[in-house]
Design a protein around this ligand. Structure first.
Ligand code: MBD
Ligand code: FE
Length: 288
């Protein structure tokens, strides 16, 4: 990545977040899933290419435009932004197809900034935070149940989100390793309580290749404020979701198309203590 000296601290941190996601993906087990049968590769690659040919013919794409595309694709790789690009503009449809048979709670995309094996603590849990962590206190209470309403024992809530400035620990530099990340173990009735800080709306990195596409197309770079979770219990399918806040300007035009009405929270001023509190439960499908 080339960085000019005029970049703001935001750009510098955000740009590093995009490329860190590439390193993280390379060292994750997800690469092991690359055994796709030849027939399937041929079918999918051909259909994607046919869609590209159709676009070129319909819109009479020029050599200048073809070369602009070539240059941009080279940049996505050089900037380490393939995970960011795919998770922002493609993953939501993969998630839609992967979960279409689910009867329990809705989920949504994982995005590029998950880190497995965050430190565990029993409920009530408090996510690691800096002493002067900016923002509003948030207390989330919920329960993990099965489709029949049964309270599930052995449940786990993995949670990760941006800080009050929109940065994720382990991706943006300068944050403590597990800041605003953790795993809270629910009690034997599936109940959990998690204390954290309300995250800020998130702007995807604007100075790399993804940002160039956004600027060139006249789009915006925003996702609404969100809390990422993975909720699981023995014998049940894990749900990956994000929870959103009512009234956020970008709930209706999330650049990652990952908002669903079922995922919008209803926080209230905390009855006792500081900040806000909310209740949000999860219903898990059985393992198939
Ligand atoms: C994020 O924080 C995110 O959740 C997604 C989906 C894409 C980019 C940044
Ligand atoms: Fe996110």
């Amino acid at each position: 990545m080339t960085m000019s000296q005029t970049l703001s601290e935001f750009d510098a941190k955000a740009a590093e977040s995009g490329s860190k996601a590439t390193e993280r993906f390379k060292s994750s087990g997800k690469r092991a899933a690359l055994e796709v049968p030849k027939e399937r590769v041929s079918l999918l690659a051909r259909e994607v290419l046919e869609a590209v040919y159709a676009t070129i013919r319909t819109h009479k794409v020029t050599y200048d435009e073809y070369n602009a595309l070539k240059e941009w694709l080279i940049g996505v790789g050089e900037d380490g932004e393939w995970p960011l690009f795919l998770d922002v503009w493609v993953e939501h449809v993969v998630e839609e197809v992967a979960t279409e048979d689910r009867k329990g709670s809705k989920g949504t995309i994982e995005g590029p900034y998950y880190v497995p094996n965050s430190p565990e603590q029993p409920t009530p849990g408090r996510l690691p935070r800096r002493e002067d962590e900016p923002g509003t206190e948030l207390t989330w209470r919920g329960q993990i149940r099965g489709l029949d309403g049964s309270e599930l024992a052995g449940g786990k809530v993995e949670i990760w989100h941006a800080d009050g400035a929109g940065f994720y620990s382990q991706y943006a530099p300068g944050l403590p390793e597990w800041n605003l990340r953790g795993t809270v173990l629910a009690d034997e009735d599936g109940n959990f309580e998690i204390q954290t800080m309300r995250p800020a709306p998130y702007q995807i990195p604007t100075d790399g290749a993804c940002g160039k596409l956004i600027a060139a197309a006249g789009w915006h770079a925003w996702r609404p404020a969100h809390i990422h979770v993975k909720v699981s219990a023995p014998g049940h399918q894990q749900i990956t979701a994000q929870l959103y806040f009512p009234g956020d300007a970008h709930n209706d035009d999330d650049i990652a198309s990952a908002v669903k009405p079922e995922l919008i929270l209803d926080p209230k001023p905390a009855a006792d203590g500081a900040g806000e509190e909310m209740v949000y439960d999860f219903v898990l499908d059985p393992e198939d």
